[in-house]
Design a protein around this ligand. Structure first.
Ligand SMILES: Cc1ncc(C[n+]2csc(CCOP(=O)(O)OP(=O)(O)O)c2C)c(N)n1
Ligand SMILES: [Mg+2]
Length: 370
């Protein structure tokens, strides 16, 4: 019997706006209008400003640990712009602030989260975003579940879930991918491959040469894009969303990008990264290349940039004010939101929490009947 090939596959890579700001007009057709690019550029710049301020807040003791988004703004914005607010769901991890903002989350929620205030995760009604997810990979299962539920109920939305290169080593990733493809759920798996998982480089994280090819094992359409190219990210995301909305099932997008800052404020990447590598990626910065493109088209100049920088500062101050100005929660909240019916021993603690007899019987400390 001759040996035959039962399966073979390739992975396409899309790049539309190169690092010098030069656009492939042919591929850019039917993607973003000038007006949209201008709007998204402004979102990206403002998010960068907020990111830099969040870093300073942490350094000055006004915030807990914070993971900078710097360098990944095009991946976040280009994908979220392709989604419909109030219809589609965003199921994030923790490094896509710009996507959350684009999808309707007021940005002080994100700051509250990193300030350790759980109210940052109390997403406003009507904003289809799940809370930031710190356990790596778990959110992908939630996205599959949400989109499966939408499919079963005949609701038109899709779910986009964000995760990193490192997250694709988790069992949850494979379970979510398998289930989504078997059930043909409207799920977009959006991997921000920023080349590092804390101090583990991608080539030590996986033996495959791309992240995208992992989707092939699940029979899922996949594509790689230049993740610092707003046009390419938008195009891949829009196509995947349209396919999912039309009943074509899940897709996988690998956005190749780079974490320009430390993993979090608790990390010092200089201890494990080659500065030459970082410098090379600074040259591919998504904001710088988009600005070059806009300037070359006569759509942007220094005066407009100065105006935007001022607007960015004002927006950031407002967001910080909203986060820091929120009234302190009531101490009794810790008892009130865990159980539908509070167990008797916690009820005793609630009634005695302001006494030296915390947790003792109210009868013994003279509180009975109060
Ligand atoms: C289940 C789990 N294991 C380990 C960690 C610790 N941890 C936090 S971030 C991280 C690396 C994640 O890398 P990647 O998925 O590439 O995302 P990135 O931080 O690069 O955006 C790890 C291992 C965690 N939060 N959850
Ligand atoms: Mg990573």
């Amino acid at each position: 019997m001759p040996i035959r090939t039962d399966f073979s596959a390739t992975v396409e890579h899309i790049s539309i706006l190169d690092e010098h700001g030069v656009l492939d007009e042919q591929l850019a057709k039917d993607t973003l209008t000038d007006e949209q690019v201008l709007e998204l550029f402004q979102y990206m710049c403002k998010c960068r400003a907020l990111d830099e301020t969040a870093f300073k807040l942490q350094r000055s003791g006004r915030m807990g640990t914070y993971p900078q988004n710097k360098g990944q703004e095009a991946a976040a914005i280009g994908s979220a712009f392709a989604a419909k607010r109030g219809v589609d769901w965003l199921v994030p991890c923790y490094r896509e602030n710009a996507a959350l903002w684009m999808h309707g989350l007021p940005m002080h929620y994100v700051l509250l989260h990193w300030m350790g205030d759980e109210r940052g995760n109390q997403i406003p009604q009507g904003v289809n975003i799940t809370p930031l997810c710190i356990p790596i990979g778990t959110q992908m299962l939630h996205a599959t579940g949400i989109s499966w539920a939408m499919k079963l109920r005949g609701i038109p939305g899709v779910a986009i879930t964000y995760f990193g290169d490192g997250a694709t080593s988790e069992g949850d990733f494979h379970e979510a991918m398998n289930f989504a493809s078997v059930q043909q759920t409207p799920t977009i798996f959006f991997c921000q491959n920023n080349e590092w998982a804390i101090s583990v480089p991608r080539e030590r994280q996986m033996w495959s040469s791309t992240v995208a090819q992992k989707a092939i094992a699940y029979g899922m359409p996949c594509v790689r894009v230049d993740g610092n190219d707003l046009f390419a990210v938008y195009k891949a995301s829009r196509d995947a969303i349209e396919r999912a909305r039309a009943g074509g099932g899940p897709s996988f997008i690998e956005a190749v990008t780079y974490r320009l800052a430390d993993h979090t404020t608790a990390d010092d990447a200089r201890r494990y990264r080659d500065p030459v590598e970082v410098e090379a990626w600074v040259g591919k910065d998504p904001i710088i290349r988009l600005r070059k493109y806009l300037v070359s088209k006569g759509l942007w100049d220094d005066a407009k940039q100065a105006e935007l920088d001022e607007a960015g500062k004002a927006m950031v101050s407002e967001v910080v004010r909203a986060a820091e100005g929120i009234a302190k929660p009531a101490v009794s909240d810790i008892f009130d939101y865990t159980y539908a019916t509070i167990p008797p021993e916690l009820e005793v603690q609630r009634r005695t929490m302001r006494t030296h007899s915390l947790g003792q019987s109210p009868e013994q400390v003279g509180l009975a009947g109060r």
